[in-house]
Design a protein around this ligand. Structure first.
Ligand SMILES: [Zn+2]
Ligand SMILES: [Zn+2]
Length: 166
């Protein structure tokens, strides 16, 4: 009866054996497997995120997706650092906004064809050189282009003075 007790004591006193027993226990084994599974799930999620984010920002999405697959975690981290700062949609929206602003400005501000002074849309005469820019409607006196035959505001023909009859 002495031998097994001795063997047990011997095993307990060996720290390496203890560690390997601990690592070999089912709880640790299952825990490790779960951790590996979690890491794989996280890796796939990061690949998906890298790909979709790169596509939204208009950079090489497929390339970054492959990088994220080949270099788990590190690839996505590198992408996070070097990715473009804004979504492609935002950039396009801002461009569109600028274009609209520019058009609005251009439609509101005109240049005198004679002296290039800035004049407003409803100026009749250039304040700098007296160049005739518009003519007032004979009926409602709104500013009309010089070649307009009929006032678009009140419908009066500028030559005959007749109003449009609806
Ligand atoms: Zn002028
Ligand atoms: Zn008019």
């Amino acid at each position: 009866m002495k031998a097994p007790v001795f063997a047990l004591l011997q095993r307990d006193s060996d720290p390496f054996q203890l560690i390997s027993d601990f690592l070999g226990s089912p709880i640790i084994r299952i825990g490790t497997q779960l951790l590996i599974l979690l890491a794989i799930v996280l890796w796939f999620a990061l690949v998906y995120w890298t790909y979709t984010d790169a596509r939204r920002r208009g950079t090489a999405a497929i390339l970054w997706g492959i990088v994220a697959v080949i270099f788990p975690f590190v690839g996505s981290l590198v992408y996070l650092i070097v990715r473009p700062p804004e979504y492609e949609l935002d950039a396009r929206e801002r461009e569109l906004e600028l274009a609209v602003l520019e058009r609005e400005l251009r439609s509101r501000v005109l240049l005198c064809p004679n002296c290039r002074t800035l004049v407003e849309k409803d100026f009749l005469v250039c304040p700098a050189c007296n160049w005739e820019l518009k003519k007032p409607c004979i009926e409602c006196e709104r500013p009309l282009d010089l070649n307009w035959k009929t006032c678009p505001y009140c419908g009066t023909n500028q030559e005959t003075g007749k109003k449009m009859s609806w």
